[in-house]
Design a protein around this ligand. Structure first.
Ligand code: SAM
Length: 894
């Protein structure tokens, strides 16, 4: 049995808290049926004067707008009014970017959906559970570790979106447009995001941005096997790509518009893009943010080498806009100055330890030849180009020789020159008198918009996700435009680099992705990460109080702290103490603390595909039509391929598949030849989303009322609580039900070259676990339990029995050792056969027994005690990011 070495509560691992920030309360998953605060879809309008399409011989929008402005100019009562109308007219006649669908679309609307909390995650909670092998939700400290406010169900439902809770960082599954709309209109987050980092699909190839497997990074673009099969992703792909670059631009414009609404007045947006579409995206940003709010384009190196027919491409770009350039928050970043490197190429002189000064001709020769203890410097201009005025010094005698400023003037007055001379800051070379600028006068130089050092060698090997951005790139953007405690948003989460960097730098974060695969990777990355502990100005206020910076020197006397002097010619000439600069990326660290990721939650929008009450008549008509044509299509497929596949080459063939006569929620009925010949019912899950609990509940009730013998729920994806309801449907609704996975290839249609019709519907398993009661507990301790993940259980509808299939080789599985039937609290997280926990294991060496870490990379949990609910939940993440959840009572322990 694993044991801990140190006592619980040791301060060795710690995370930041945000006591001053709050979040609008969201309810937990499982309460959505009771949620009543539905909101209508939200309409967004573009600034239509930006794409006027001025066709004077037709009835275009541009013509109407143009004619109105001419009229306004003619009828203006004041000169100012006339000028305003005329300058608007001028603005709309400027060149603009047009694409198919733009001119017809002056507005778009987005469903306004609430977010529900599905999981609470906290590295600290996992570590504390492992220390004590105990999980007790009554212990306030444990709840704090998850940031769980523990509201009753009624409080969650009735007070959602009214009250506030403590801040917890957020990872959200859903389309970015829908989620951002929810943040704006359910939570009122408009104007609160300090920085948005967007790394959208580059608009080049589909495969490269939609990695289909958690553990496979190399995706080939022409291989069916490598296509994503998540329904939401296929939909996202269609939205983005139906009309190639045309729909890509629409996709981006919509999301940028909502991003702008979310940004704080001092906020910034960064859009990462490659050279193929950079010009188009820049134009788009001009339209949404206004050209006057453009702040720069950063070229960053993404790879150290690349081959190509013509010039090799080694860089990508980040386009930076401010919400308001005049108010933008900006912190200058600096790079270390080295002789011969960027910022230090002119440092060719050294002051040797004996005080003599020597020119080496080049920084390379200087580095090779200057003895230890030398002080590197450059000759700098002592004169400026300003024409001489009365009173300027026209000549200065230094070491017996007369020097004049030539056609310009000396940069300082006579006293200044004398001060420079007595501080040994002057050097005469030939007829030129120069200023001596030591490299350590200001040991750094301001960063520019070309970042050469961002292609870290060996970085590819560390990549979790195929299109992962180098953390250094996002780190710089974040340090430039945000402060500790600020809110950062990334609507293109991927493997969570923005969240990871935000976590490192004590910023609050929200990140969104429509695909489960990257979110699975991001969760693992954050849960297992370690960061330096940057000292806080005030621990009780958290990162918002700011980090501590100090001036420090190493043994060689070099400046190595977060505050450096900035000695200038002016400060020496005036005999003033030098100014100091803060290096934002070098706060003080406390090496005795291993910082881990703070609590975060996984949330999702719960779409209600069957709910049309909020939509307008036209949308309702189209949605209903497309939903009914989808059901008809599925019915036809089931008729033609009436075979349900089971594991181990077994199958069941259905008979007499047809639509039920009159139905509210069922999609089909058929006969299963299992002796009884009684009809069974089918529910087809939605085309573009996971099957929800509500759909299952309604179908099961109807199937029960109509005396079907079984309900088959066919879906492309299923929400974990819907899956649970299917498993328990016989107990809860009196109707036995089985989940049948439809191959997502059905939705791919033209996207795939070949569709394998042989495996259209398969009955897939749920985690098969064994709960063990551990014997030999020490006296006074409560009973300990342990879970083993044996594999997956698959149901055989003919024999009505379960099969076991191997399932130890999963990318991840989680344990909630006191499941409350709502949100999943992760208190053990397993990444079998990986080194995912290695960093933390090394950092906390000695604090935990080796066997604890072995558990976390295997399929047997560490021991734990029963909690208040006596129930546990296990969630398994499969290779395609699907979540399979099972709930068990501890009474079942062997
Ligand atoms: C280029 S990747 C981002 C990679 C990220 N910078 C990283 O370091 O891992 C783009 C991500 O956007 C996601 N995505 C694409 N369309 C989306 C949408 N409509 N809503 C939300 N996420 C979307 C994709 O699933 C993908 O993970």
């Amino acid at each position: 049995m694993p044991k801990t070495v140190r006592s619980a509560g040791s301060a060795h691992s710690k995370n930041y808290k945000f006591p001053e920030s709050t979040n609008v309360r969201r309810a937990e998953v499982g309460t959505q049926a009771q949620f009543r605060k539905h909101k209508p879809r939200k309409k967004y309008r573009y600034d239509d004067s930006l794409s006027p399409v001025m066709e004077w011989d037709g009835q275009s929008h541009g013509r109407n707008e143009g004619e109105k402005l001419i009229q306004d100019t003619l009828e203006a009562k004041t000169l100012d009014e006339a000028k305003a109308a005329a300058s608007k007219l001028k603005a709309i006649s400027k060149p603009f970017l047009n694409w198919a669908g733009k001119a017809e679309r002056y507005a778009f609307d987005v469903p306004t959906l609430p977010l529900f909390i599905h999981e609470r995650l906290s590295t600290k909670a996992i570590l504390e559970t492992l220390k004590g092998h105990r999980f007790d939700k009554n212990q306030e400290t444990m709840l704090d570790l998850w940031g769980d406010p523990q509201h009753s169900i009624s409080d969650q439902v009735l007070r959602a979106y009214e009250h506030k809770d403590k801040w917890v960082n957020r990872m959200i599954l859903g389309d970015s447009l829908v989620v951002m709309n929810s943040l704006l209109h359910y939570e009122g987050l408009g104007g609160q995001v300090q920085m948005a980092y967007i790394d959208p699909p580059y608009g080049v190839k589909f495969g490269s941005n939609f990695q289909p497997f958690v553990r496979k990074r190399d995706v080939s673009h022409n291989d069916d096997e490598d296509m994503t099969r998540e329904p939401e992703m296929v939909q996202a792909y269609r939205d983005t790509w139906e009309l190639g670059p045309h729909s890509y631009l629409t996709y981006l414009r919509d999301r940028l518009l909502l991003t702008r609404d979310l940004l704080a007045p001092t906020g910034s947006v960064f859009v990462q893009i490659s050279d193929e579409n950079m010009h188009l995206v820049r134009q788009l940003l001009d339209e949404i943010f206004g050209p006057e709010h453009f702040c720069g384009i950063i070229t960053f190196r993404k790879t150290s080498s690349a081959s190509g027919n013509l010039l090799s491409v080694v860089s990508d770009y980040i386009i930076w806009y401010a919400k308001d350039r005049d108010r933008v928050k900006y912190c200058q970043l600096y790079l270390r100055k080295e002789a011969g490197e960027a910022g230090g190429t002119q440092y060719t002189w050294a002051e040797l330890p004996d005080g003599t000064r020597k020119s080496f001709g080049s920084p390379e020769k200087l580095k090779a030849g200057a003895p230890n203890g030398s002080r590197v410097f450059r000759q700098d201009n002592l004169t400026s180009q300003r024409p001489a005025q009365d009173g300027d010094v026209r000549e200065f005698v230094f070491e017996g020789k007369r020097f004049t400023p030539g056609r310009g003037t000396f940069k300082t007055d006579l006293t200044g020159l004398q001060n420079l001379a007595s501080a040994k800051r002057l050097i005469a070379v030939g007829n030129t008198l120069s200023y001596v600028r030591y490299i350590d006068d200001f040991p750094v130089f301001p960063i520019s918009n070309v970042w050469e050092d961002t292609a870290i060698s060996g970085f590819a090997a560390q990549k979790l996700y195929i299109v992962q951005t180098s953390p250094k790139v996002i780190e710089r953007c974040m340090l430039m435009t945000t402060g500790p405690g600020d809110l950062v948003l990334d609507p293109t989460c991927g493997s969570g680099t923005t969240a990871y960097v935000a976590e490192q730098w004590g910023r609050r974060w929200i990140t969104i992705d429509t695909s489960r695969v990257p979110l699975a990777l991001a969760r693992q990355r954050l849960l297992t990460a370690t960061f330096p502990w940057y000292e806080l100005q005030d621990d009780s206020r958290g990162p918002a109080s700011g980090f501590v910076y100090r001036r420090k020197h190493n043994r060689k006397g070099e400046e190595v702290g977060g505050i450096v002097p900035h000695v200038t010619l002016k400060s020496v000439a005036n005999n003033e103490p030098p100014e100091q600069e803060v290096l934002a990326d070098r706060p003080e660290t406390n090496s005795s603390i291993t910082r881990v990721t703070g609590p975060f939650c996984l949330e999702a929008t719960i779409p209600t595909p069957q709910q049309f009450e909020d939509t307008d008549t036209e949308t309702r008509g189209t949605e209903a039509a497309s939903s009914s044509s989808f059901v008809e299509r599925m019915l036809e497929i089931l008729r033609r391929s009436p075979v349900l596949r089971l594991e181990g080459n077994k199958s069941v063939t259905l008979k007499s598949v047809r639509a039920p006569a009159k139905t509210l929620s069922l999609s089909a009925e058929a006969i299963v030849p299992n002796g009884t010949e009684k009809p069974v019912a089918f529910l087809f899950g939605p085309e573009n989303a996971a099957v929800s609990e509500k759909l299952v509940y309604e179908a099961a009730r109807e199937a029960h009322a109509k005396s079907y013998s079984h309900l088959y729920v066919i879906g492309f994806a299923v929400q974990p609580n819907a899956r649970m309801l299917i498993e328990k449907s016989s107990e809860i609704v009196g109707m036995a039900a089985t989940y049948v996975q439809a191959t997502p290839d059905l939705m791919m249609g033209d996207l795939l070259k070949n569709m394998r019709s042989s495996q259209i519907f398969s009955v897939c398993g749920l985690p098969d676990i064994e709960i063990r009661k551990l014997n030999g507990k020490p006296k006074g301790m409560r009973t300990q339990y342990q879970i083993e993940l044996l594999g997956l259980d698959v149901f055989d509808p003919i024999e009505m029995v379960n099969y076991k299939s191997g399932g130890n080789d999963v990318p991840a599985w989680f344990l909630d050792s006191d499941y409350n039937s709502l949100c999943f609290h992760v208190n053990q997280a397993f990444f079998p056969r990986t080194g995912a926990w290695d960093n933390l294991r090394k950092a906390l060496r000695g604090e935990y027994d080796e066997s604890v870490w072995q558990h976390l990379s295997g399929n047997v949990s560490a021991p734990f005690e029963a909690g208040e609910h006596n129930e546990i939940a296990i969630k398994v993440i499969d290779d395609r990011g699907n979540e399979l959840m099972v709930v068990k009572n501890l009474k079942e322990a062997k």
